[in-house]
Design a protein around this ligand. Structure first.
Ligand code: HEC
Ligand code: HEC
Length: 438
């Protein structure tokens, strides 16, 4: 009884009202939603007002029952307990530029010590451009955590290329950094750019493009094999099943590799993640996603400075796809293709980037595991955005369909998404050509 009382008192203390806090100014209703100015106006709300953060979290969760939501409802935005009271970590990092990469291929490891300045100097940017510029650094440099699997891929460029550790035209290795972990050891850290930047056909590095060459499972197998460690056969089978371009990023124990998406035109998407786990009504929803992703990635040891999360979000919301390829053929045919699309596809792929409202799993009929799973399930999938869709193969949330032709092929064996399968040959050709120009 007494023990129970003690616990109750601790809980009560945790929930005691916090110090009065600054109330952030309301958003000026004359600002155009999703304009840069409108996005910027949310910064003080997210940065300075814990109650706004908590409300924004709650408003953003599509299904409060899944693990993604439950974890965050328990620990986020509690002001005096949970993740709010974690120490803030602003790491020191070195980009893996061509010099660092060369040093590492000679077997050296440049040490990241206290002489390397922290990634952020602690000053809040004051313009939209400065937020975006800081956000770009976060995207490429702020490590989610250190991982031992990538060392060899930096030292041996040819091996690295075989598992998707791409080199930018300037010889640097985007997505990996050297960092000093909380214990003061230098290690290789992974950043957003590891999965969300990639070279295009011309060799240029494109931020936001999914790294469809990245073989996260292979990197693990090779790492343990090189050390002569025994690999549990089930783990091996699992890692082999991921293949390039897919990663299991769920906080669940079930194994469910998901295709890495392109991050383009996010500001047009009202649902985030393929199962639509999050409603994206304001940029604060995305800031909370990113803040909690960092906390989870480093196993709840630290939290990132919120200014860096806001910078990251300002940058993410600014990412647009490279220009669409020119339509091959007559303008009239493109218009006819667009009409076929509007008729067959437009009721779901309805917004500016070709995404739209959640489609219940019974209606879409694709592999249900992610949609109905405990981890992030919502009961359905969000229509995949169709920006530069020709370059986004393989298709669907688990990358199970290799080409656009096979997606529309009535003989396809992969279940679900039975749309556009009964088209006349002519309409199919026009639709495919139209999709390739999006
Ligand atoms: C190991 C690879 C990996 C890393 C590293 C990674 N992501 Fe992702 N990201 C994914 C995968 C896979 C998904 C799809 C998840 C889903 O749909 O449930 C995803 C989804 C997203 C989405 C949702 C996109 C959409 O269309 O709904 C955003 C936004 C995003 N990531 C941003 C980031 C940012 C910012 C970082 C760095 C902090 C990051 N990711 C790091 C693999 C990664
Ligand atoms: C009933 C709603 C609905 C209709 C109609 C529909 N789609 Fe989809 N589409 C979806 C959903 C939901 C997904 C994601 C399913 C998944 O990942 O399991 C999707 C995924 C896709 C993808 C995969 C993109 C990627 O990057 O993985 C393509 C391509 C696509 N649809 C094209 C089309 C075309 C072309 C049509 C018309 C012939 C069409 N869709 C009709 C809902 C629809």
């Amino acid at each position: 009884m007494r023990a129970w009382l003690a616990i109750a008192m601790v809980l009560a203390a945790c929930d005691a009202p916090a110090e009065p806090i600054a109330i952030a100014p309301a958003i000026d209703p004359s600002l155009e939603p999703w304009s840069d100015g409108w996005i910027d106006a949310h910064a003080p709300q997210y940065l300075d007002d814990p109650r706004v953060r908590r409300e924004a979290l709650e408003a953003s969760l599509t299904n409060r029952e899944n693990l993604y939501s439950a974890t965050r409802l328990a620990a986020y935005g509690r002001e005096r307990s949970g993740w709010d009271v974690l120490p803030v970590w602003s790491p020191r990092v070195r980009r893996i530029d061509v010099e660092v990469a060369q040093a590492m291929s000679r077997g050296e490891t440049p040490i990241v010590d206290a002489h390397v300045a922290p990634l952020w100097d602690g000053a809040r940017p004051t313009t939209h451009e400065a937020w975006v510029a800081l956000g770009e650094r976060v995207f490429f440099e702020l490590p989610l955590r250190t991982e031992p699997f990538w060392d060899r891929a930096i030292r041996d460029a040819e091996y690295g290329a075989s598992i998707g550790i791409e080199r930018a035209p300037d010889g640097s290795v985007p997505g990996l950094v050297l960092t000093r972990d909380v214990e003061g050891r230098t290690g290789v850290g992974i950043t957003c750019a590891l999965c969300h930047s990639a070279r295009d056909a011309s060799g240029a590095l494109i931020a936001g493009r999914a790294r469809r060459s990245l073989d996260y499972g292979r990197a693990r197998i090779d790492f343990y094999e090189a050390r002569g460690a025994a690999i549990d056969p089930r783990a091996r089978e699992r890692w082999e099943s991921w293949g390039p371009g897919r990663a299991d990023v769920l906080e669940d124990v079930a194994d469910l590799p998901i295709a890495i998406p392109d991050l383009w035109g996010l500001r047009h998407q009202r649902l985030l993640t393929q199962a639509g786990t999050l409603r994206h009504e304001t940029p604060i929803a995305l800031a909370i996603r990113q803040e909690t992703q960092y906390v989870q990635a480093n196993h709840h040891q630290t939290r990132p400075p919120r200014e860096l999360m806001w910078a990251l979000v300002t940058y993410l919301e600014s990412l647009e796809a490279p220009a669409a390829p020119a339509y091959v053929g007559a303008t009239r045919d493109r218009e006819r293709g667009a009409l076929v699309f509007a008729r067959e596809c437009g009721r779901c792929h309805s917004n500016a980037v070709g995404s739209g409202d959640l489609v219940p799993i019974d209606e879409i009929g694709t592999d249900a595991e992610l949609a109905t799973g405990r981890a992030r399930g919502t009961g359905g999938y969000r229509p995949a955005p169709l920006v530069r869709v020709a370059d986004a193969a393989p298709y669907l949330h688990h990358g199970a369909v290799p080409t656009l032709e096979s997606l529309l092929d009535p003989a396809r064996t992969e279940p679900g998404h039975r749309f556009g399968m009964a088209l006349e040959d002519d309409d199919r050709t026009l639709l495919l050509a139209y999709l390739r120009s999006r």
